[in-house]
Design a protein around this ligand. Structure first.
Ligand SMILES: [Cu+2]
Length: 228
């Protein structure tokens, strides 16, 4: 989760998010190069007066500064498209989780098991404890096994919502009458937080998402306990 003074992206908890962070840094480096060059040129132009009666055009430099930005754009577009298609792929999932957005809570269905479904409400401020995070913790956390490919099916029961976990690089619209799909695999154990990311009404800010990422054997224990 984000903590104080974290001005950048959260640490990636999935391979895709790791790649997204690399891409973000890569684009920032290119932007740094462009801003440095352009501001150097602008400052020189302002501070110097260079005029020539005979220099009316410069074919060479004009060709260069038309083509160079196009080449730079290719270096941004290529890795961007690679990531886009990588995120779209569902790699042989070992588990499917269905999230349904309601006004104003999420409900979850583990369709691989019988009768494993629950609602997940935010813990209200009055019931806060030392260990809970305000506006982020839920009464029933999603439990998922780490290091296994997971397929998410996202939908809504009333209005538009959006199921989001920043540290996994996942954001999917929850639309009534539609099933949207994404996938991810969590690379470490821990608790991951997210919030509804589509303005869905008065309590939009109060329907967080909490994932408990655990090793597979703990997950199996949890499943058998839940479906008793
Ligand atoms: Cu919502």
């Amino acid at each position: 989760m984000t903590t104080w003074l974290n001005m950048s992206l959260q640490d990636g908890a999935s391979p895709i998010m790791e790649q997204l962070v690399f891409f973000h840094d890569h684009v920032l480096m290119i932007m740094l190069m462009i801003t440095t060059t352009v501001s150097y040129m602008m400052i020189t132009l302002i501070r110097n007066k260079q005029t020539s009666r005979f220099m009316l055009e410069g074919q060479m430099i004009e060709t260069t500064w038309t083509i160079a930005p196009a080449i730079i754009l290719v270096f941004i577009a290529m890795p961007s498209l690679r990531l886009l298609y990588l995120m779209d792929e569902v790699h042989n999932p070992s588990l499917t989780l269905k999230a349904i957005g309601h006004q104003w809570y999420w409900s979850y269905e583990y369709s691989d098991f019988t009768k494993l479904e629950f609602d997940s409400y935010m813990i209200p401020q009055e019931e806060q404890q030392e260990s809970t995070f305000r506006l982020l913790d839920t009464d029933n956390r999603i439990v998922l096994p780490m290091n296994s490919p997971i397929r998410m099916i996202v939908t809504a029961a009333d209005v538009l919502h959006s199921w989001t976990i920043p540290s996994l690089g996942v954001k999917t619209d929850a639309t009534p009458g539609r099933l949207n799909q994404t996938s991810f695999s969590i690379s470490r154990p821990g608790i991951l937080y997210g919030q509804c990311s589509e303005i869905c009404g008065a309590n939009h800010s109060f329907m967080p998402i909490t994932i408990e990422s655990v090793p597979a054997k703990y997950f199996i224990n949890w499943v058998s306990k839940m479906s008793e």
